[in-house]
Design a protein around this ligand. Structure first.
Ligand code: NAD
Ligand code: UDP
Ligand code: UDP
Length: 324
């Protein structure tokens, strides 16, 4: 039974809510007047990310691993739980696939029982190392099934399949967002992702570690823009399922990113070149025509503005950690 109770506030479950994107989603939903239940096993997330929310009576935190069943009452689910940076998702690849696949089954089972609407945080990694540029949602991708990134890519692909099968078979109301590289305050300082790594290195005047020659490209979306896109997708009517690309089409090479970060931090860092990891995608840029037409959404934050806010966050982080 879906015990709606006397409370008229929307009850929203955010899995992975103590992570980078999840903590921003929780904060945004609380601002919009929801009761938020954050579920996280703290594999890569932390209490620090959500500490500003802990005093809010409409915020609840539950330590739980979504590969195990979860029985709660809810109206909406944002399924974000999954390590997202290559070093984290390759640390325990079997658990990564379990989180994506068994976690999706549990959250879809929960959505089916409570009749909640559920949004999946899918990824541009479903396109693998793409042969089509930019990538539209219709592109089926090129993923190496047996490579080191497959635990994440194939896990997320299977999760999408499960979402569409629960939708077709059980009429579960689904939304699938394919998220492209996202950055901003709250990123893990040691997650090995390019934006966090380069900023930390630049602030400490350490060598900037470029993998390969730095000719590979990415397109970076500021987290506030991403969260706006996710909530707009959740707010669409039942017939809108996605998948919908959400990202910033402004593309640049990794070398250009390094140079931009050195310039913005005024760092004395030099570039250092290291082997390119296996299966590292050569180029990535979202085609966001669908998000523009369906959600009337496009990113608003210029890379330079977003990077300055992120740099300020890491400066603060370094100040606090040296002051401890
Ligand atoms: P993150 O690692 O900061 O957050 C993931 C959160 O999930 C963490 O708090 C972690 O502790 C939690 N978690 C992991 N496994 C869990 C489990 N089994 N049970 C409960 N909690 C678990 O990563 P993020 O960047 O915030 O990514 C959030 C979501 O967005 C992920 O699903 C990721 O795949 C997706 N995504 C992110 C990006 C990006 O650029 N950040 C790009 C594409 C997709
Ligand atoms: N599940 C859950 N919470 C719920 C309902 C289901 O965690 O509120 C889990 C449960 O472990 C189940 C899975 O979701 O195995 C899939 O549920 P579904 O109803 O699709 O399958 P079934 O219960 O028939 O296996
Ligand atoms: N990268 C790099 N140096 C680093 C970290 C990453 O050159 O210290 C490169 C990485 O090889 C990739 C790009 O930056 O080509 C983005 O890496 P990230 O791990 O942030 O995201 P993803 O590869 O999942 O898009």
């Amino acid at each position: 039974m879906n015990s709606r109770s006397y409370n008229t506030r929307k009850r929203i479950l955010v899995t992975g809510g103590a992570g980078f994107i999840g903590s921003h989603v929780c904060a945004r939903l609380l601002k919009r007047g929801a009761d938020v239940l954050c579920v996280d096993n703290f594999f890569t997330g932390s209490r620090d990310n959500i500490s500003p929310l802990l005093g809010d009576p409409h915020f609840e935190l539950l330590r739980h691993d979504i590969t195990f069943p979860l029985y709660v009452e809810t109206d909406e689910i944002y399924n974000l739980a999954c390590p997202a940076s290559p070093i984290h998702y390759q640390f325990d690849p079997v658990q990564t696939t379990k989180t994506s696949v068994i976690g999706a089954i549990n959250m879809l089972g929960l959505a089916k029982r409570t009749r909640a609407q559920i949004l999946q945080a899918s990824t541009s990694e479903v396109y693998g190392d793409p042969e089509i540029h930019p990538q539209p949602e219709t592109y089926c991708g090129k993923v190496n099934v047996t490579g080191p990134r497959a635990c994440y890519d194939e896990g997320k692909r299977c999760a999408e399949t499960l979402f569409f099968d629960y939708h077709r078979q059980h009429r579960v109301r689904i939304k699938v967002a394919r998220i492209f590289n996202t950055y901003g305050p709250g990123m893990h300082p040691r997650d090995g992702r390019v934006v966090s790594s380069f900023i930390m290195q630049a602030l400490r005047n350490e060598a900037i570690t470029i993998y390969g020659e730095g000719h590979q490209s990415r397109s970076f979306c500021y987290v506030d823009d991403l969260v706006e896109g996710l909530t707009r997708l959740m707010d669409t009517d039942e017939s809108t399922t996605g998948p919908v690309n959400i990202g910033n089409p402004a593309e640049l090479t990794i070398r250009q990113l390094a140079e931009k970060i050195i310039e913005l931090t005024g760092s004395r860092s030099k570039l250092s070149f290291h082997p390119l990891p296996q299966d590292d995608p050569e180029q990535r840029q979202p085609d966001i025509s669908l998000a523009r037409s369906l959600l009337d959404w496009s990113p608003r934050t210029e890379l330079e503005d977003g990077l300055l806010k992120t740099i300020a966050y890491f400066e603060d982080f370094l100040r606090q950690s040296t002051g401890r």
